[in-house]
Design a protein. Structure first.
Ligand SMILES: Cc1ncc(COP(=O)(O)O)c(C=O)c1O
Length: 421
């Protein structure tokens, strides 16, 4: 008998980037691979939240269902932090909802507001989960590109030089546009949107009453001043859902704790969708993140984590000047895009068909894994086919790894010299 047919929303997808990178890594003669691909941390989270998680596991009520909007202690701690970060008092009971990672929070936001046929604007390159999250409630993704710096193939530039053409954004808005997804600091570019850019975006959203889903999961990791769109005007705040992630803030991507902050007329419905999707979020880890937010302002964790990630970033990036490869110096987050236009893949190099059919960055990714044993992510995975060309000379490296791993990566990357013209 034939196997049951899967739903169209999950069937027939292209092989995803993670499987391609993993299968390349498994087949590489250079073992073990230095994995700079996926953005998981290669070291332990801070002891104060690990201790808090252990304590929570020993407490009877922390092992049971939490209220659907989150544990009171975490909502209070988040409201405290965001009252300061958003510059206005946040009500823990009506303006916060805790979710199972930022990703489920983002899905809940789309489930809460998107009806079939509604349009959601996404900048590309984009975080890939947005697309299926928008499509699940029947939404249509409308893409607006972020343009790479013109001299990106020859010179190291700032991530601020990746630009949004506001006219292109304006042209993408239709009467069906319900939401826009903003991601700052941006994955994979590392761009922090400037006040001017946020104001142009915010004004367009106010004009057409568009909800702003501001994905700020890298918000504690900024290396230049960081502005949140919701702080720029009460009209923007009325339309903004701000997204955060304990995974990124406390190095615990596997804990799956995230949250959305916003006005009650938005949060009420996000919370309702979240309740239907997964009811509630893992209790002991919520409690530990509450302790994290209570202690971080006093124990120096926020500046320390910024300093640590920035130093890892600079440690890896010193190798690109040795190799004379330009990169996009990120203003935030823990990814760096490196322009590999100068890397010459030998004529007739043998790629498996699922790589040969993809843009040049997939080939570069395969080539680096096979020849020097370093895994990175091809960013055209985060673009439509039409705009894959914008990023096809780049690879994305994650620096949230032990310094020793960064040093091994650098040592191996020096092996690229012979392929650089
Ligand atoms: C831009 C962006 N948004 C959201 C997420 C999801 O965060 P979480 O792991 O908390 O679901 C990620 C994770 O990589 C991300 O890069």
């Amino acid at each position: 008998m034939e196997n049951p047919r899967p739903a169209a929303r999950v069937a027939g997808r292209k092989e995803d980037v993670w499987s391609i990178v993993n299968s390349a890594a498994a087949s590489s003669p250079k073992q073990p691979i230095v994995n700079m691909g996926q953005g998981f941390f290669g070291y332990a989270p801070p002891q104060f939240i690990v201790d808090a998680a252990i304590d929570a596991l020993k407490t009877v009520e922390c092992n049971q269902y939490s209220p659907t909007r989150g544990r009171p202690r975490l909502k209070k701690a988040l409201a405290g932090a965001y009252s300061e970060w958003l510059g206005k008092p946040i009500n823990p009971d009506t303006e916060v909802t805790v979710t199972t990672g930022a990703n489920e929070g983002i899905l809940s936001a789309f489930m809460a507001f998107i009806e079939p046929g509604d349009e959601v604007i996404v900048f590309e390159p984009f975080f890939d989960q947005y697309l299926s999250n928008i499509e699940m409630p029947g939404g249509k993704v409308v893409y607006v590109p972020l343009h790479p710096p013109k001299n990106g193939a020859t010179q190291t530039t700032s991530s601020s030089e990746w630009t949004l053409d506001i006219k292109e954004l304006e042209a993408a808005i239709t009467p069906k546009t319900k939401m826009i997804v903003l991601n700052t600091p941006h994955n994979p570019i590392g761009k922090i949107f400037s006040k001017e850019e946020l104001t142009s975006i915010g004004d367009l959203c106010v004009k057409s009453n568009i909800i702003i889903l501001s994905d700020e999961v890298y918000d504690t990791l900024y290396y230049t001043p960081f502005t949140r769109i919701a702080t720029l005007s009460p009209e923007y705040a009325r339309l903004t859902l701000t997204v955060g992630s304990a995974g990124k803030s406390f190095y615990v991507t596997g804990w799956r704790v995230g949250w959305l902050i916003g006005p009650q007329h938005l949060i009420d419905y996000v919370a309702a969708a979240h309740t239907r999707i997964c009811y509630t979020t893992v209790s002991p880890l919520q409690e530990a993140i509450a302790v994290g937010f209570e202690q971080a302002p006093h124990n120096g964790f926020w500046p320390e984590s910024r300093k640590s990630l920035k130093s890892k970033m600079d440690r890896l990036n010193s190798v690109w000047s040795e190799l004379d490869l330009p990169f996009t110096d990120p203003e935030g987050g823990y990814f760096v895009l490196v322009n590999m236009a100068k890397v010459k893949i030998p004529e007739g190099y043998d790629f498996p068909p699922h790589v040969a059919s993809r843009p040049r960055d997939f080939k570069l990714c395969w080539f680096l894994i096979q020849e020097i044993g370093v895994a990175a992510i091809p960013p055209s995975e985060f673009c439509t086919d039409e705009n894959a060309g914008l990023v096809q000379d780049y690879l994305r490296f994650a620096v949230c790894k032990e310094d020793s791993v960064l040093e091994s990566a650098k040592e191996r990357l020096r092996g690229l010299k012979k392929f650089i013209e």
